[in-house]
Ligand binder design. Structure first.
Ligand SMILES: Cc1cc2nc3c(=O)[nH]c(=O)nc-3n(C[C@H](O)[C@H](O)[C@H](O)COP(=O)(O)OP(=O)(O)OC[C@H]3O[C@@H](n4cnc5c(N)ncnc54)[C@H](O)[C@@H]3O)c2cc1C
Length: 398
């Protein structure tokens, strides 16, 4: 079988793979980089791609700058809802903290975007780029070859890629076939997501609430709609899914209070099992692992895609530096440069999100009061609070 040579093959055209291809656009135009994207799911089949389902994503303020660099922010902004304030609290205990964009001097703390729209904008941009777009096509096998990898697609095509990027969400088995193991911790929690309509304007407020069953977040969408993430143990998630809309809204109201008035309506509910996972190798010569394939974290702080997007930008910066130095994208030095740019941010965000989840899961005598006091104190510790907000906004590096 004849092989088509490409400089970079991106396996997976979901949120992360499509973002990487768009971020590489200047290098494709300037340096004639040959890039192939292979995506298994048909785009026209609504919601078929896991990234672009009915979820909405909290996009950190720092990610806006990345989308601006990629030339797609002005289009994304037409559907982005700004987050101006976040209130963090725990059910049944005193102490809450309030984070505001006014404290950091930015127009917002971040934005909320429907994933399906993000997918639409990314793929619109891809359709105008000079790339090899294989969709629907699945990479069935990958094997090391001289100066790269050989990829076998189920459409009969064979590619030789100098750099292969695994952005396949981590469930395809390709990573394992290359001998890359994954460390996984099952949170024994599921996230239920749905859109909620509120009686009052939310004015850009997001609520984050920790309850004895798990964390809840309500993020502002456009108009009087909000995106709910409600994490609950697997044994009660089925009952929650089966509730009538009326009972569901009552259950929600009793946990989240009436700050946003009465909850009026709920859209379709979807459930996701939650775990933290991390590939034991994030890169090796001629290979980079990105997005969910590299790391999955608890969605409570809305950091998973934001972290992955910083990985996308670091990889494209490492590739640009390599090309300027006369090196090829997949060379060992390029991959070492990528790893150096990535490591501390990845370690910190993974650790912080896991600690947050475990801290609020702990049920020890007095812990609830201690957490309440900590939230209250944090509210008063302005410099610490500002530093942490900037980190969560993706505005502080390393
Ligand atoms: C409930 C929930 C809420 C979340 N909320 C937020 C949030 O508010 N903010 C945030 O930053 N993050 C959030 N996240 C995390 C975010 O959704 C993920 O980081 C993101 O979806 C990862 O995208 P991905 O492209 O890496 O993987 P995926 O979305 O899994 O995409 C992988 C793609 O690869 C394709 N593929 C797979 N195998 C192959 C193959 N062999 N050949 C070709 N193609 C293949 C698939 O079809 C798919 O399109 C949330 C996650 C969950 C579960």
């Amino acid at each position: 079988m004849s092989e088509t040579p490409v400089d970079i093959a991106i396996i997976g055209g979901g949120l992360v793979g499509a973002s990487l291809a768009v971020a590489l656009a200047p290098l494709i135009e300037r340096d004639g980089l040959r890039v192939a994207v292979i995506e298994a799911s048909e785009l026209s089949a609504n919601g078929a791609q896991p990234s672009f389902d009915e979820r909405s994503s909290a996009i950190a303020y720092g990610s806006r700058a990345h989308f601006e660099t990629m030339g797609i922010w002005s289009r994304l902004a037409t559907r982005a809802a700004p987050i101006h304030d976040i209130e963090v609290s725990q059910r049944g205990a005193m102490g809450r903290t309030h984070l505001s964009c006014r404290e950091v001097g930015t127009p917002s703390l971040g934005y909320v975007l429907p994933n399906a729209f993000l997918g639409q904008v990314l793929h619109e941009r891809l359709s105008h780029m000079s790339i090899d777009w294989h969709c629907p096509a699945r990479v069935e096998a990958i094997a090391p070859a001289v100066d790269g990898h050989r990829l076998i697609l189920n459409n009969g095509r064979v590619l030789h890629a100098g750099l292969t990027v695994l952005a396949d969400g981590g469930r395809s088995g390709l990573k394992a076939s290359l001998g890359i193991g994954t460390d996984r911790h099952d949170y024994e929690q599921h996230a239920l997501i749905a859109n909620i309509e509120t009686a009052r304007e939310h004015h850009g407020w997001a609520l984050e609430r920790f309850t004895e069953e798990g964390a809840m977040a309500l993020l502002p969408l456009r108009e009087r709609r909000m995106a709910l993430i409600w994490t609950r143990p697997p044994d009660i998630i089925e009952t929650t899914l089966a509730m009538s809309d009326h009972d569901f809204l009552e259950a929600l109201q009793s946990r989240l209070g009436t700050r946003l008035g009465r909850f009026q309506r709920v859209g379709t509910r979807h459930v996701y099992p939650l775990s933290m996972s991390r590939a034991r190798e994030q890169s090796r010569p001629h290979l980079a692992v990105l997005g969910n394939a590299a790391h999955a974290i608890h969605p409570v702080a809305g950091q998973g895609f934001n972290l992955a997007l910083r990985g996308v930008m670091d990889l494209s910066a490492a590739i640009e530096a390599a090309l300027e130095a006369g090196r090829t994208p997949g060379e060992a030095m390029t991959m070492a440069d990528f790893e150096q740019r990535r490591q501390s941010d990845r370690d910190l965000i993974m650790q912080a999100s896991d600690t947050l989840v475990r801290l609020f899961e702990l049920e020890l005598p007095g812990i609830s009061r201690a957490r309440g006091a900590a939230l209250g104190l944090f509210n008063l510790a302005t410099p610490l609070k500002r530093a942490l907000i900037r980190r969560a906004m993706g505005m502080a590096r390393h």
